[in-house]
Design a protein around this ligand. Structure first.
Ligand code: AHR
Length: 634
């Protein structure tokens, strides 16, 4: 292979490799959002879902938060040895670690402040017997008849994934409790309404160029009423109304009745996270159509003439992100703690829509956004590839409407990924750019994450990289999955209440993202440009130049079962330039269906070693089924 190091080609966008986030598989509530209490505001339709009351617990609906009016009243049980209280089950239990601090907080009041009411808060192991059941305990005195926020720190003396949070009355005076919350003190960046540290760290470690949120199908909802309404996700958390999660229902008709969106992880928190992990924010808003699978139901369509409030939501969102503090929404952002703009550059309108009703709705959004914010780049959608010809149907429409990028989705089997290495070689260079917004190789045999499917993703991505002039963004999907409550797989990062594991797909994405370079370098084999694997023995490759670090980076994926000799000829180096500081990073596995698991999270990880080249030639033996990444600093 010849790499023309003196002929840097197309620029690679800083947004090239990023992250797609959706609250599917308990990715937000129960996952990245570090809140440990389920149904903290008693707003699930079954008000005590997630709670087990005992004694005299009454649900009332005239609480201090207008949009979350329900709360509980605990009354004296009538006997000193009897108790009134309630247990919260958390999300598949409450995971806590020995010696770490957890902040319990609650809004509370008592009827007669002069007498003080008392509650006890405990972390309990309901599976154990006797006095050791509670392994963290604190008392709180409620001393006001006005609603007030109280806080206390719990420090468990054991690590336990399945704790229950128990709250009970220890005085004769009753109490009212609202917005009952428990967070680890040690969240990502220490934010009080924060994120789970290990999961956010994994996002940061990816060095993502872009972060798309809040989904996926939840952007549009099962019906219009349950679409993601970003305006409900900002302001004080206590007053963010609950929304049903579209993933209560899976495509295989499994049902998760307790899956709601608290909006505790809302648009402010998403923007902040983007800033903290160094990714461009890419919010997607509803285009006035419910999730495409309901599109033949006319009730799932907002008439084009009535899209006004939806378009206004998109415009207001841009103002929330970028407006100065004198604007309505910019002022709210400042009040929430971020007076400086978030510098939003992209917005997606609609998710994975495929019918003719989509372009006619997208168009008025595009006109309005272009008029008010000409610099914002707008992303339209081409529908899922599983619908065969649908790509062809929507691309011309996207060109006509003149969106900046088109979001393509492909969840396809091994054969598709093997055949699509040259997918982008002939894409129109004059039209909108590509955002490969959701993709993953779905194995036909073993359907969840394993080495071989990840290897094929790596192979396919060489084609994206070689075509970085037209592919400007790519995000694997979905991102997160709770091992005990998932609706979709494969996923990039799995977790339970205490642990997390990065799949091989994560490492593939990370190797690309952290070695994306700044310019494509021409790559030829036998005097022909390297394209897909056809006719090239299952070898896929791409090469990039990193201007800032003066590095040449070559990625080679061998999808065949044979070792392949590859001679890398770094042509075009000046005499004074030598290949130095050579590194080889490999990702390989003895078994094709091997995977990383919560029990064995580092089974397959990239391995790094130094390599030396002779002059500008490097002879390499690429092992069967392996991903090789060479990096040389000039
Ligand atoms: O990533 C899971 C789902 O796949 C997304 O919500 C949707 O856009 C697609 O159908």
């Amino acid at each position: 292979m010849v790499i023309k190091t003196n002929k840097p080609g197309a620029e690679i966008q800083p947004t090239m490799y990023g992250l797609f986030f959706e609250d599917i598989n308990y990715a937000a509530d129960g996952g990245l959002y570090a809140e440990l209490v389920k149904n903290r505001s008693f707003e699930f339709p079954d008000r005590l879902m997630g709670w087990k009351p005992f004694g005299k617990v009454i649900v009332r609906n005239d609480g201090p938060f207008e949009r979350n009016p329900h709360y509980v009243r605990l009354e004296y049980a009538g006997h000193p040895h009897k108790h009134t209280g309630l247990d919260n089950e958390g999300y598949f239990g409450i995971g806590v670690k020995k010696g770490e601090e957890y902040r319990f907080s609650v809004w509370a009041r008592t009827a007669d402040a002069a007498k003080n009411a008392k509650i006890k808060i405990e972390l309990v192991d309901v599976s154990s017997q006797g006095e050791r059941q509670a392994f963290a305990s604190q008392e709180l005195i409620i001393n006001s008849s006005e609603w007030k926020k109280y806080r206390v720190i719990l420090k468990p003396d054991k690590t336990f994934a399945k704790s229950v949070l128990r709250i009970f009355l220890t005085s004769r005076e009753g109490v009212d409790l609202e917005h009952v919350s428990l967070f680890p003190v040690d969240t990502w960046k220490g934010h009080e309404n924060g994120l789970r540290k290990d999961l956010a760290q994994a996002l940061y470690d990816m060095h993502p160029g872009v972060f798309r949120f809040p989904g996926g199908c939840i952007v549009e909802g099962t019906d219009l009423a349950t679409r993601y309404n970003w305006k409900n996700s900002v302001g004080p958390v206590e007053n963010r109304p609950l929304n049903e999660n579209r993933w209560q229902y899976t495509f295989t008709h499994r049902f998760y009745p307790d899956y709601y969106q608290s909006y505790g992880l809302g648009f402010y928190e998403y923007f902040l996270l983007c800033e903290e992990i160094g990714a461009e924010p890419l919010p997607v808003v509803s285009c006035g159509l419910a999730c495409q699978f309901q599109n033949d139901d006319p009730k799932a369509h907002v008439p084009v003439s009535e899209l006004g409030s939806y378009i206004q939501d998109a415009l207001d969102l841009i103002e929330f992100a970028n407006g100065d503090v004198t604007t309505t929404w910019g002022k709210l952002r400042a009040e929430m703690g971020h007076p400086a703009p978030f510098n939003l550059k992209f917005i997606g309108i609609g998710n994975e829509q495929w019918g003719p009703e989509y372009p006619e709705r997208l168009e008025p959004f595009v006109k309005a956004i272009r008029k008010a914010y000409p610099d914002i780049k707008i992303i339209g959608s081409s529908g899922p590839s599983s619908e065969g010809e649908q790509f062809e149907y929507l691309w011309p429409e996207m060109k006509r409407i003149n969106v900046d990028l088109v979001d393509e989705h492909f969840y396809r089997p091994e054969s598709w990924f093997l055949n699509q290495g040259s997918r982008y070689d002939n894409y129109d260079r004059k039209g909108p750019k590509v955002f490969a917004g959701e993709y993953a190789c779905h194995g036909e045999g073993k359907k969840w994450n394993h080495f071989y499917t990840s290897l094929l993703e790596a192979a396919f991505m060489t084609g994206m990289e070689r075509n970085a002039d037209v592919v400007h963004m790519a995000t694997y999907a979905p991102l997160f999955a709770h091992a005990e409550g998932w609706q979709w797989r494969p996923d990039m990062i799995w977790f339970d209440n205490l642990r997390s594991v990065k799949t091989v797909s994560y490492y593939v994405q990370q190797l690309y993202s952290r070695n994306k370079g700044t310019h494509v370098l021409p790559l030829t084999r036998d005097n022909r440009p390297v394209a897909g694997a056809e006719g090239q023995n299952g070898l896929f490759a791409s090469a990039v130049w990193d201007k800032a670090h003066q590095q040449v980076i070559v990625k080679i994926v061998n999808t065949s079962d044979k070792t392949q000799s590859v001679k890398l000829n770094f042509s075009g180096l000046k005499k004074s330039e030598k290949l130095t500081g050579g590194k080889l990073i490999t990702l390989k596995s003895d078994k094709l269906d091997a995977e990383n698991t919560l029990e064995n999270p580092f089974f397959i990880v990239p391995e790094e070693k130094e390599v030396f080249a002779e002059g500008n030639i490097l002879e390499s033996q690429i092992e069967p089924y392996s991903f090789y990444l060479y990096k040389f600093t000039l």
